[in-house]
Structure formats: structure tokens, C-alpha cells
Design a protein around this ligand. Structure first.
Ligand SMILES: Cc1ncc(COP(=O)(O)O)c(C=O)c1O
Length: 428
């Protein structure tokens, strides 16, 4: 890789008011505004120039809010499907793959598109920030952040439920700049988020910010940058399984940038997002034509999380209502919230593996299952340009080919710990 990287030029903009302001380093909210809104990056370069593959994901740095290039990343890979396309009778099916598939040039060592966001978020961090990044996750996100921080010597604190620790597998050793704390067995992702909120109140720690972090969204948007620059035009349909919906918001924002770019068409991809039945809160809000999420009883939600296979899709408070969030994206671009149950996702994963030749993550199989159903129902025109976002895959293969290391927690907290206890543990 060439060492001539210059920080990307951009400003931030409130989606609600359109007001523009400088990024002071880690701006997550519009200064002085009280109504909840996402902020968006407005890049100086309107026509993207894609760099060569040696830059990894930073080949798309014109549209990433980054000031450096970190080691070890890989950009999502897009290819024109033959097998699945024939099976479905689609003439223009493109698969964007973020995972482990060396023959296709996909080398995501943690096997999911969460690497796109972690390489982008960590390269947004300024070297003089001198803060420890705090990330709460139930699995894929934690693994992705651990990998990038370990390889680039960036201090990181992960908060993960104890029951999910088996998701913290790695093909290579993890440096001790990465620390892990857990919430005890029986707790879930929301308890881990609570713990991370406490950690962020301790001096020296800083929240990653989730969907509010422009680097997270624009990192995920590289799936669309990969697809559009490969296909040569903006697709008609975008299929992705969602938990928070951040990936789909990012896809819409990337689409808007391409319209401004002017060389790839003017259309908006229909956002065909999907959930794993019975955990379907986004579906329910969308079908009710409601911006606010509908009431979801905690116990019922926990029961549904236990039942569903694609557990990474179990976000109970997605950035759906917020201005610039998923509701606005889908209203603007059009689309549907589709469903797949466990049986359908297992069948879809098998079909993908048999026909395309790689194992895929259960979440990605939800997207495949809904594409199969929509095509069978003749809702997708034969000649439509379809982007299928395979958000994770090759994990079984990667695990077979590598000796795995697991990260162990520095401390396991009771559910609902108090701040003093967290402070004591974090004094390292
Ligand atoms: C493999 C995979 N696919 C899809 C998703 C859903 O992404 P989002 O939360 O952006 O909707 C996740 C989230 O963790 C994931 O890990």
C-alpha cells in the first residue's frame, strides 16, 4: 500500500435542519439541536475515485470520514451470481460478500460486515484523542473491533454478555490493548449496553456511538460502494437482513451520494430489509405505518430472542424513528420489511452453500430466504438489478482452517452493577 494517504475532507450535517458544522473529532450529535437526528458526512469529493485493493477498505476513503489507514482490512467483494441467479431466474443478481472467501478475494478474518464499520470507526479516531473506545456487542461487532484494535494497537474495552463469549473466537492472537468485561450468565445484549454506558462515565473512556457514528454507517455503506462501482449503476433492489437497520440506512445514504456523483444513475434502490420471525419489531412498526416503534413487552422479546436463530438481528431499540433513520430511509427509497422463519433461513443457507459454494451467517441466510420468497412470488422483475448483501459468511470454513483463540473477561459483573464497582474494575 502506498503511504500517501491524506485525511478525507468532509463536514457534518444535521439531517433534521440541514445545518452544517465541522467534525470536532468525535461529534455524534448536531450541536445545539434538541430534536433527535442523525448527522451525516458531506464529502468534498462528489465523484468517488476508488483506490487499488492494497488499501483494503480504504480504497473507498473518498467517502469515509477517516484520517488514517489501518492495517489488516479488506473491502467487500461484489460478483455477478450465476448459480443462485439461475435458480431464481434472475438475470442480474449481484452478491456483495463480506466474510471469508479467499478465492473471491474476501479476507474478513472475523467473517462479517461488522469489519467494515470497525475499520472505519477506528480510522476516524484521532491519535490525540487518548481515549479508550467502549463497544457493547453480542458477537460479530465485538470480534471485528477486537481484531482491528489488536492489529493496530488501539485501546478498546468490550462489553459482552457472558453467554455470548463463545462468539469471541479469533484465528490470531489478540493483543492486550483489547480488554473484555462481561455481564453474568442470564443477561443479554441490553445488559451489556447498560454496562458499557457505565464504563463511558469513567474518565478516559468514550462511547463508540452506534448508528449515530457517521464512520460506522459510512463503513457499512462500502458494501454499496463495492456493488455500484462493480455493476456500473445503482441497483433496483437491495436485500439485507436487519437488526438495527444501520446497514440499510448506510445503503440509502451511499445511494444518495451516487445520485449526486451522477455517473451511476438517478434511481433509489428499494430497501428490501428482513427480520427473523418471531423477532419482528421493525416489521410491525413498518406495517402499522408508524414512525415510533410499537410497544414490545420485555418478556415476550426475550422469548423471541431465544427462539430465533439469527440472534444478531435481535435489536429492540433500532434507529428506526430518529430523523434520518430507517423509517425515513424506507419512506424515501421505498421498500418492504420481509420475514423469514428459522426453517426458511436454514433452507436458504443450504441452497446458498450448495449453489454458490460457501457457508453463510444465519443473518445473511434471512436475506437469501426473503429473496427466494419474493422471487417465487414474482415480486421481482426477471431483469431487475438486484444487490444481495451477504453480511457474513465463511465462518465455518475459517474456523476449520485456523487454530482458534478465545478472549477471556477481565471481570464478570452482576446484572445491573453500580458505577463505583465498574470504576474499580476499570482502573487499569
Ligand atoms: C451478519 C450480520 N448481518 C446483519 C446484521 C444486521 O445489521 P444491522 O444491525 O446494521 O441491521 C448483523 C448485526 O449484527 C450481522 O452481524
Amino acid at each position: 500500500m502506498k503511504q500517501d494517504f491524506i485525511a478525507t475532507e468532509y463536514v457534518l450535517q444535521s439531517v433534521k435542519t440541514g445545518k452544517q458544522f465541522e467534525d470536532t473529532g468525535w461529534t455524534l450529535d448536531a450541536p445545539g439541536e434538541t430534536d433527535p437526528t442523525l448527522v451525516r458526512a458531506i464529502y468534498k469529493k462528489k465523484q468517488i475515485e476508488v483506490k487499488d485493493d492494497s488499501y483494503g477498505i480504504y480504497k473507498f476513503s473518498d467517502w469515509l470520514p477517516v484520517n488514517k489507514v489501518l492495517k489488516g482490512s479488506c473491502a467487500p467483494v461484489t460478483y455477478k451470481s450465476e448459480g443462485l441467479a439461475k435458480y431464481l431466474g434472475l438475470e442480474n443478481l449481484y452478491i456483495t460478500f463480506s466474510g471469508y472467501w479467499p478465492e473471491k478475494g474476501a479476507m474478513f478474518r472475523t467473517c462479517s460486515f461488522k469489519e467494515t464499520e470497525s475499520y472505519s470507526v477506528c480510522a476516524r479516531m484521532n491519535s490525540d484523542m487518548k481515549k479508550i473506545l467502549v463497544v457493547a456487542s453480542a458477537g460479530n461487532t465485538a470480534r471485528a473491533f477486537a481484531r482491528v484494535c489488536s492489529d493496530n494497537n488501539i485501546p478498546l474495552l468490550l462489553c459482552v454478555p457472558e453467554d455470548n463469549l463463545d462468539a469471541l473466537w479469533f484465528g490470531e492472537h489478540i493483543h492486550d490493548c483489547v480488554k473484555l468485561i462481561a455481564t453474568k450468565s442470564g443477561s443479554d445484549y441490553f445488559d451489556a449496553i447498560h454496562l458499557s454506558n457505565l464504563a463511558c462515565q469513567v474518565d478516559g473512556f468514550i462511547a463508540e456511538g452506534g448508528a449515530k457514528n457517521v464512520a460506522r454507517r459510512d463503513g457499512m455503506g462500502t458494501t454499496v460502494l463495492s456493488a455500484v462501482t462493480k455493476i456500473g449503476r445503482i441497483p433496483d433492489y437491495y436485500f439485507q437482513a436487519v437488526g438495527s437497520g444501520t446497514g440499510a440506512i448506510a445503503a440509502w445514504e451511499a445511494n444518495l451520494r451516487f445520485i449526486e456523483d451522477g455517473r451511476f444513475g438517478k434511481n433509489k434502490m428499494k430497501l428490501m430489509v428482513s427480520q427473523n420471525h418471531p423477532f419482528i419489531p421493525i416489521h410491525n412498526a413498518w406495517k402499522a405505518d408508524s414512525r415510533p416503534m410499537l410497544h414490545y413487552d420485555d418478556n415476550e422479546a426475550r422469548k423471541h430472542v431465544e427462539e430465533m436463530i439469527a440472534k444478531v438481528l435481535s435489536n429492540r431499540r433500532p434507529p428506526y424513528p430518529i430523523v434520518g433513520g430507517l423509517y425515513d430511509a424506507m419512506k424515501d427509497a421505498g421498500g418492504e420489511v420481509l420475514l423469514a422463519n428459522n426453517t426458511e433461513l436454514k433452507e436458504a443457507a443450504k441452497i446458498f452453500e450448495d449453489i454458490e459454494g460457501n457457508d453463510i451467517h444465519p443473518a445473511a441466510a434471512v436475506a437469501v430466504a426473503t429473496l427466494i420468497k419474493e422471487t417465487k412470488a414474482t415480486h421481482i422483475e426477471k431483469d431487475a438489478v438486484v444487490m444481495l448483501n451477504i453480511t457474513g459468511g465463511g465462518e465455518e470454513r475459517y474456523k476449520k482452517e485456523h487454530n482458534l483463540h478465545y478472549l477471556s473477561p477481565k471481570h464478570v459483573f452482576d446484572i445491573n452493577p453500580d458505577l463505583e464497582e465498574v470504576k474499580k474494575v476499570l482502573k487499569y
